[in-house]
Design a protein around this ligand. Structure first.
Ligand SMILES: [Zn+2]
Length: 240
């Protein structure tokens, strides 16, 4: 409002008009700037300003900035901002690389994992407003005993004589997404001793590492490590 008032007043002084006339002209100018932008495109740009993905310009430039980003988004209509994007492969999200638990670790760790306790935290305590922040109750919060069980597991595994490799790592996915095919070719080259850098030197492993994802023995590693192992051991218990 301050910008609007000051701007209309000073323009009126310069042009010898009234602030109302100046404000009307300002609105008309914005309307012309934005005439080829749809409402949905404009709202999408404003939302990105609100979330900090686009810097919010000074008011005088807001219409031009909205137009510029709306046109860019239309040009790059390659679903860059499409949150509905679906993946061909859920194990690697089409990157060719799956995050997996080390099967040898998973095998040995089961008895210790049984001693890790998890308890759901009552999020309504401390007057946390669930209706406002998580109306669909999508997020569960837990506390673990011991709280640093993953770090402890890592130390325990490193100390074992039979330990080999980290407790989790990346592996070449077993799917047929285009990136997986490229990585597989690179890994084959490496294993044959033929993988070279662009300058002709011997190159190291490709980004997927040396292992190949085997869903029979490797649980996928997600952002909830407790669930990864809990469900894995539970499912295996049912098969026996
Ligand atoms: Zn995959």
């Amino acid at each position: 409002m301050k910008w609007r008032t000051d701007n209309a007043n000073s323009s009126a002084r310069v042009h010898g008009t009234t602030p109302e006339q100046e404000w009307e002209e300002q609105l008309e100018s914005w309307a012309r700037t934005l005439q080829s932008v749809t409402e949905a495109e404009g709202v999408a740009v404003v939302e990105r300003m609100e979330t900090g993905n686009i810097p919010t310009p000074r008011y005088g430039e807001i219409a031009q900035v909205i137009r510029r980003y709306a046109m860019l988004a239309r040009q790059n209509d390659n679903h860059q901002y499409d949150l509905q994007k679906s993946f061909r492969c859920l194990a690697c999200l089409d990157t060719g690389m799956a995050n997996v638990w080390n099967p040898n670790f998973v095998e040995s760790y089961e008895p210790i994992f049984r001693g890790v306790q998890r308890e759901e935290i009552d999020r309504t305590r401390n007057a946390f407003n669930l209706d406002k922040y998580d109306p669909d109750r999508m997020v569960a919060a837990h506390k673990y005993d011991p709280p640093d069980w993953v770090a402890m597991a890592r130390r325990w595994w490193r100390g074992l004589e039979s330990s080999e490799g980290p407790i989790y790592h990346v592996a070449l996915c077993n799917c047929d997404s285009p990136r997986t095919i490229i990585l597989k070719r690179e890994l084959d080259e490496y294993n044959a001793g033929r993988r070279k850098t662009s300058s002709g030197k011997k190159a190291g492993l490709p980004a997927c590492g040396a292992a190949t994802y085997n869903p029979e023995v490797m649980p996928l590693r997600t952002s909830v490590p407790y669930d990864d192992l809990f469900h894995w051991y539970q499912r295996r218990g049912q098969q026996c």
